[in-house]
Design a protein around this ligand. Structure first.
Ligand code: PLP
Length: 457
């Protein structure tokens, strides 16, 4: 850090303070983790300085031997870890991985059949009506993804993301009574809407998803099944999600981030069946610039770690801890969407406690918890009356604290701390953001959180 400090001390300070904050607060954000020192160090080096557009063995720059080695090893680990026939490790983030996947599917299903009929010369000479046809074909593409308030992600066809502009979107949701994914309704919507792509996967759904059923539905309507396993890739890698709950054997194409439960560097990755491999490998230059070789090196290290027995043990503990946290919260009157969890995350309905209305929004609950040293994020719940900004929910997850070594006993203490904050926070009458939380309560809970963490440095 001194080397950085000599150039720009404010950046060195921000890095040091970030480390302190991450050490001293209860990190319960479901999409965060602590990458290993080996993973972090594999990222901070001279590979960062290299340009390597293209793919392994087919680069647009000279001198890419080491990048080829790095990319091949990362892809090999990914294939072997997930049992995938093809892996593309260049995407810089989860959004990029999804964009690569969308274009690969579009290219396979629309562009390739169109262009197959034309020679290269003809393509250069496409007429206005050819282009109109192409635009029509692309414009008519449909995507069916999980509704945002049911736990889906913005990249699954929603307006603020380019996927909502590339595709006509419809969403599937959860049963209003149980909160569980409604496969029959999904099948009905698919039959009627006839999507080109069905997207499985989520950011805030606390249950397993049956991907064999999704594939059956996709096959029935002629859709490509894409699964975005960004949130639960670590549980697939750690063999907690197997059989019908492992997306890799069922989906045509799978995308993921590498930094959540998988515990790698920030980044993305695409796994796919052989018929999509060529299109996926065109991610650069289609939607990606030069790869980040230093991040691919860190992906290789993290994937190697994920192939160990200790990672399997970690993945199981993530799920055991989430179950213990959910049970502890419910015992203290906290309402959970779906009534529990089967994965790494728990979705709290902050608007109720002990069966009574609290009047709290997710935003108020998130801020009050932060005052008490508990880092979470607000999240919409199904049919959320407070919309996507204020929300009524708080999402929490166990990947990071499990990495630190906390176990089920500590989860019960954390449930107590969360319930204490929620029961002590009062919403302001005139604002969905303001609230009061007695300073002494915040200080006491924050002290208890620090004491708890001091046992797990
Ligand atoms: N897909 C899912 C399901 C996610 O939850 C997220 C991030 O929260 C992403 C994609 C996007 O990942 P990134 O932030 O790396 O672009």
């Amino acid at each position: 850090l001194d080397v950085v400090r000599a150039v720009e001390p404010r950046i060195a300070d921000a890095i040091a303070r970030e480390l302190t904050a991450q050490r001293e607060s209860l990190k319960l954000i479901a999409s965060e983790n602590y990458a290993s020192p080996a993973t972090l160090l594999a990222m901070g080096n001279w590979l960062s300085d290299k340009y390597a557009e293209g793919t392994v063995g087919r680069r647009f720059y000279a001198g890419c031997q080491q990048v080829d080695t790095v990319e091949s090893i990362a892809a090999e680990h990914a294939r072997e870890l997930f049992g995938a026939s093809h892996a593309y490790v260049q995407p810089h983030s989860g959004i990029d991985a999804n964009l690569v996947a969308f274009w690969a599917v579009l290219a396979q299903r629309v562009e390739a059949p169109f262009l197959r009929e034309k020679s290269v010369r003809q393509v250069n000479d496409l007429t206005e009506s050819d282009w109109a046809q192409l635009r029509h074909d692309f414009g008519d593409q449909r995507m069916l993804g999980m509704a945002l308030d049911a736990g889906g992600h913005l990249t699954h066809g929603f307006r603020p993301n380019i996927s909502g502009k590339m595709f006509h979107q419809r969403s599937y949701g959860t049963n209003p009574t149980t909160g569980l994914l409604d496969y029959d309704a999904l099948r009905e919507t698919a039959r009627e809407f006839r999507p080109m792509i069905i997207v499985g996967g989520y950011s805030a759904y606390p249950r397993k998803v049956n991907f064999a059923t999704l594939r059956e539905i996709a096959d029935e309507v002629g859709a490509t099944l894409m699964v975005d396993m960004a949130h639960f890739a670590g549980l697939v890698a750690g063999k907690v999600f197997t059989g019908d709950f492992d997306p890799v054997p069922h989906a045509h194409i799978v995308t993921t981030t590498t930094h959540k439960t998988l515990r790698g560097p920030r980044g993305g990755m695409v796994l796919c069946q052989p018929e999509l491999a060529d299109q996926v490998d065109r991610g650069c230059p289609m939607v990606l610039g030069g790869p980040l070789p230093h991040v691919m090196a860190a992906k290789a290290v993290a994937l190697a770690e994920a192939r160990t027995a200790s990672f399997r043990d970690y993945a199981q503990r993530v799920v055991d801890n989430a179950a213990a946290l959910a049970e502890g919260l419910q015992r203290r009157g906290v309402r959970l969407v779906t009534g529990g969890t089967e994965n790494h995350l728990v979705l709290i309905d902050a608007s109720q406690l002990g069966g009574a209305a609290t009047g709290l929004t997710g935003r108020q609950a998130e801020a009050a918890l932060l005052d008490a040293g508990i880092v979470t994020n607000r999240n919409a719940i199904p049919q959320d009356p407070n919309g996507a900004w204020y929300t009524s929910g708080v999402r929490i997850g166990t990947p990071a604290l499990t990495t630190r070594g906390l176990g089920v006993a500590e989860m019960d203490t954390i449930a107590e701390l969360i319930a204490t904050v929620l029961s002590s926070t009062r919403p302001a009458a005139d604002s969905k953001a303001k609230y009061t939380l007695d300073e002494s309560v915040a200080a006491k809970v924050s002290g208890q959180a620090s004491d708890l963490l001091s046992g797990f440095p």
